[in-house]
Design a protein around this ligand. Structure first.
Ligand SMILES: [Zn+2]
Length: 251
C-alpha cells in the first residue's frame, strides 16, 4: 500500500515535471551512505542496485563531477555529483570498483574520528581513491547534532576537524556535510569561517539557484527500483521528500 502510494505520487510529479520541462534543470547531488551485499539496513543500498544505478547514469550520458564544478557554474545539464556520507569501508570495497568501471568519481564525507576504525575507510583507502579522482570532505570530528552543541564545540567539530583531516590525508578538504542534515545559523557561520567553499544538507531537490552552504541532495534509498532512481533524477520524488522533510524537520 505504501509502495503503491509512493509510485502514484512520484509518477504524477514526474509527469508534471516533464510537462513543465524542468526535469533537467539544476544539478542533482546524490546522497548515499553504504553500498554492500548485506541488506536490511536503511542506510545500505544493495550492491546490485548501485551497479544498475551507475549503469543507468552511464547509459544516459551523465558526467560525474565534483562540488567545485557546480559552484563554478560550468554546467551542460548532464552533470551529477555522487556523494557518500560517513566514510564507510564498503564505499571502497563495493562502490569504488563499480564507479571506476564507468570512469565515474565521487565525493566522500569522512568523520575524522572514524577513519581507520573497523568498518570505516583507512588512510590507505582514502589516498588510493583520491588518486583515482575521488574527493574527500569533512563530516565533523564525531558526528554530533550541530544545533545542540555550543560555539566552542562547533569549533572543534568543524574548524579543527578540517585542519586535522588535511594534515592526516594531505588533501585539500574544501567541502563540509552537516551530520543528520542538521544546521543552525551559527553552524553555517562557523563552516564559512573555517574556509570551506560549500556544504551539503539533506534538503531534497536539484540545485538551481545555488546556495553554496545549503546544497540540496537527493537521497537514494535501499528500496529504490531502477524506475524510482530514474524518476528521482527527474525530480519525481522532490515534492514528496520536501513534504516529509518539512514534517520531520530533517531527513
Ligand atoms: Zn552522517
Amino acid at each position: 500500500m505504501k509502495r503503491m502510494l509512493r509510485n502514484l505520487i512520484s509518477n504524477a510529479f514526474y509527469r508534471f515535471n516533464v510537462l513543465r520541462g524542468v526535469t533537467h534543470k539544476g544539478v542533482r547531488i546524490l546522497c548515499y551512505h553504504r553500498v554492500n551485499e548485506i541488506s536490511g539496513d536503511y542506510l545500505t543500498v544493495p550492491y546490485q542496485n548501485f551497479e544498475m544505478q551507475m549503469h543507468h547514469l552511464a547509459k544516459a550520458r551523465y558526467r560525474t563531477v565534483g562540488l567545485e564544478n557546480i559552484l563554478k557554474g560550468e554546467m551542460t545539464g548532464r552533470e551529477i555529483v555522487v556523494t557518500f556520507d560517513d566514510g564507510y569501508l564498503d564505499n571502497y570495497e563495493y562502490a569504488f570498483s563499480v564507479m571506476r568501471k564507468y570512469g565515474f568519481v565521487g565525493t566522500i564525507f569522512c568523520v575524522l574520528d572514524h577513519i581507520g576504525k573497523a568498518d570505516y575507510l583507512g588512510l590507505d583507502h582514502i589516498c588510493e581513491m583520491a588518486q583515482s579522482g575521488f574527493s574527500f570532505g569533512c563530516h565533523t570530528k564525531t558526528h554530533p547534532h550541530l544545533p545542540e552543541i555550543g560555539i566552542d564545540q562547533k569549533g572543534i567539530e568543524i574548524v579543527q576537524a578540517k585542519k586535522a583531516l588535511e594534515d592526516l590525508t594531505g588533501l585539500p578538504i574544501q567541502y563540509f556535510c552537516y551530520p543528520y542534515g542538521e544546521f543552525d545559523p551559527e553552524s553555517v557561520s562557523v563552516v564559512k569561517e573555517a574556509g570551506f567553499f560549500g556544504a551539503c544538507t539533506n534538503i531534497p531537490g536539484a540545485n538551481r539557484a545555488i546556495d553554496a552552504f545549503r546544497l540540496e541532495r537527493t537521497e537514494i534509498s535501499p528500496e529504490d527500483s531502477i524506475d524510482d532512481f530514474r524518476k528521482k533524477l527527474a525530480g519525481g520524488f522532490d515534492f514528496m521528500h520536501r513534504a516529509l522533510h518539512a514534517v520531520r524537520g530533517r531527513s
